[in-house]
Structures are given as structure tokens and as C-alpha cells.
Unconditional design. Sequence first.
Length: 136
Amino acid sequence: MIGIVIVSHSRALAEAAVGLTTELFGAGQVPTIEIAAGTADGGFGTDATAVSTAIEQADSGDGVLVLMDLGSSVMSAEMALEFVDPDLAQRVRLCGGPLVEGLVVASVTASTGASLDKVDSEARRALEAKGEHLTS
């Protein structure tokens, strides 16, 4: 099953997003979700080493989808790919989808055994239903 990593400047934000997803679908229903968020001293920020560790922990061999919140979280995720085994790095997808909606959709899609391409695609499209509703 595809694993998921949340990269956020805020541990509280990441934990809340994972908590929401788990509550919606039940702990036994969601794929492995790892968090790389905040700094070691509890502040705001991101750490590429923590991201690489989370990627390694989330990988079951099928691939890992990484969702990020803001600008430097993307840079930390990109740098983290330089720290992991090259074979693993090839199975990692950095997703430009929204953090909360993307996590929920990615979790549901991954739980069906879908491919990394499918999980990534669905997470990127996670805001479409909301946008369509608001424009109708």
C-alpha cells in the first residue's frame, strides 16, 4: 500500500490533519501516515532529515506520497530525496495537492490498493468538488 508523509511547519497542524483523516475513516482503514513537522524544539519549521526519516518509515515498497504545506516544506521534501536510497527516491512523489483535502483523498485512494500515480492524481484533484459546488 502507498504510504503518505505530511510535511508541515506546524506539528499541531499535521497531527490535526492526520487525526481528522483517522476519525473519518477509522485507524484500521487508513494507510501508513508519517509526520515530519515543526522543529526539534517544538517551534515552527521543517527539517529535511526528519522528512527523509518519515519517507523511509512510510515506505512499504509500493511508494510514498508526500504532501506539503508551505514554500520551504517543498524545499525540505526535495532535499530529503537526496538523503534516501536512490531506489526509494524513485518511489516517492511530491504532491502539489492541498494538505487537508489531499490527505483525506489520498488516504481513501491508497486504502484501495491504488497505484502511486492514482493516489497522486486524486490528491491533486481534491479541491475540485469544493470548487464546483461553490461555483454552481
